[in-house]
Design a protein around this ligand. Structure first.
Ligand SMILES: Cc1cc2nc3c(=O)[nH]c(=O)nc-3n(C[C@H](O)[C@H](O)[C@H](O)COP(=O)(O)OP(=O)(O)OC[C@H]3O[C@@H](n4cnc5c(N)ncnc54)[C@H](O)[C@@H]3O)c2cc1C
Length: 413
């Protein structure tokens, strides 16, 4: 295939672009190219997340997307290190009332969920001695943790076996639109690998004055899919439409805890918003995250270090477990990545803007890994056959915001 003339050009090779590429190729949708500034994904969300996978979402469309994806991950569990140790989710009184109402939804979808009173929570999670402010919890045994990098590579390997071309070092810079079509896509191709510092600069400032030399490339695909994640606001402008998606920094800390071993648990989500899980079995290392509610949208990858760990992670654990259990934990390191957040905190999938041959797939906030299988599959169905087959995902189209048809997800963390 002439790489500049694929039938379908995917912008962004994160977990969503990679999943869509494979599933389009499986449907024989034509020749496919996937371009990315950095195929390793150094600053991509797909390489900076917590690897959680749960079907217990409050909006039915999110529960269904995750649940159907999870059933696929079960089939390939060994390849993607998917361990179904469950999610133990603790709720404040206000959220507990809603969580209980969701039982009927989980039953309808066939998602097993246990409802636990505080005494039962203590039995499962003795490390949390103080359950102040916790009204109850759900335990969903089919949920768990997987390795996002392995899952992305799983999609890519299958896509490559079907002749999909992944193009490294291509930075998408603009498009030519004619009538209601994207006629051409412009990109700069770097001729030598840039340093991490230069990659960060491009991912935060969206300017390519360094990192060159660059060569111009023009693609003439029949269809284009925007899978640029947190960079939707920038790439959509190049494609002639406005995206309401915003990039929001999220931070994760890694700490050492030899006194308390969480290895046999899956993900624990405290009612305070803190989430944590063991990082590797019996390693003594724990991964913990907390989403600052007042974080303003930005392209920042700065990790706030000790102050973040002390205030947002350690203090919350200390309140639950007390001096004896959590005083001696040791902060190791941490990192920041971006959530791509839509106005209703649900993902976007479907036609983009008014153009006939332009699609978008993204804005999955903290859900892009766990939903990547179904989001890629539904996108492939839509483009290959003109309609959804597994279930009607039309409500996920980006046009919903202008119509005021929101899919509000209130259990986002
Ligand atoms: C701290 C944190 C924790 C998370 N925890 C979880 C979790 O537990 N479970 C879960 O399911 N999800 C989680 N997520 C969310 C998940 O990581 C994302 O939803 C998912 O990775 C999004 O995938 P994507 O392919 O849309 O975007 P990305 O992986 O960001 O990929 C987008 C790609 O587009 C490329 N790109 C952008 N602009 C251009 C351009 N102009 N030219 C060329 N290339 C371009 C980028 O280089 C990047 O590789 C978390 C995210 C963060 C930040």
């Amino acid at each position: 295939m002439d790489v500049t003339r694929p039938d379908i050009l995917i912008l962004g090779a994160g977990i969503l672009g990679s999943s869509a590429a494979w599933q389009l190729a499986e449907r024989g949708a034509g020749s496919i190219g996937v371009l990315d500034l950095d195929l390793a994904g150094t600053f991509s969300s797909s390489e900076r997340n917590a690897g959680g996978c749960r079907a217990t979402w409050w909006h039915p469309i999110n529960a269904e997307l995750s649940w159907r994806s999870l059933q696929f991950y079960e089939e390939i569990a060994a390849e993607i290190q998917f361990f179904q140790r469950g999610y133990l989710f603790l709720y404040s009184p206000r959220r507990w009332a809603v969580a209980r109402e969701k039982k009927a939804q989980y039953d309808r979808l066939g998602i097993p969920v246990e409802y636990l009173a505080p005494d039962e929570i203590r039995a499962r999670l003795p490390e949390f001695e103080n359950l102040k402010g916790v009204a109850g919890a759900t335990f969903s045994p089919k949920d768990g943790l997987l390795d996002p990098h392995l899952l992305k590579e799983y999609y890519r390997a299958r896509a490559k076996a079907l002749e999909v071309k992944f193009l490294d070092g291509f930075y998408f810079t603009g498009a030519e639109l004619r009538g209601r079509r994207v006629e051409a896509v412009h990109a700069l191709r770097r001729t030598s690998p840039p340093s991490e510092e230069v990659l960060e600069e491009i991912h935060t400032r969206h300017e390519v004055d360094r990192g060159g030399p660059w060569e111009r490339e023009v693609f003439r695909p029949k269809a284009v899919i925007n899978c640029t994640g947190a960079w939707f606001p920038v790439s959509s402008r190049h494609l002639g439409y406005a995206s309401p998606v915003q990039p929001v920094r999220r931070q994760i800390s890694l700490f050492e805890s030899h006194a308390e071993d969480f290895s046999d648990r899956g993900m624990i989500v405290d009612s305070s918003g803190l989430y944590l899980h063991a990082e590797g079995a019996h390693s003594g290392r724990v991964l913990a995250g907390y989403s600052n509610r007042d974080e303003r949208p930005s392209y920042s990858f700065r990790y706030d270090g000790e102050p973040f760990f002390d205030k947002k992670i350690w203090l919350r654990l200390y309140r639950r477990g007390g001096r004896r259990r959590f005083e001696a934990i040791r902060h190791l390191r941490g990192w920041a990545g971006l959530y791509a957040v839509s106005p209703d905190k649900s993902g976007i999938l479907g036609r983009a803007g008014e153009l006939e041959n332009l699609y978008e797939l993204g804005a999955a906030t903290g859900r892009g890994v766990m939903q990547s299988y179904m989001l890629g599959k539904l996108t492939a169905e839509l483009i290959a056959t003109g309609r959804f087959q597994t279930f009607d995902a039309a409500p996920l189209s980006g046009g919903r915001f202008a119509r005021g048809e929101f899919l509000l997800e209130a259990l986002d963390i």
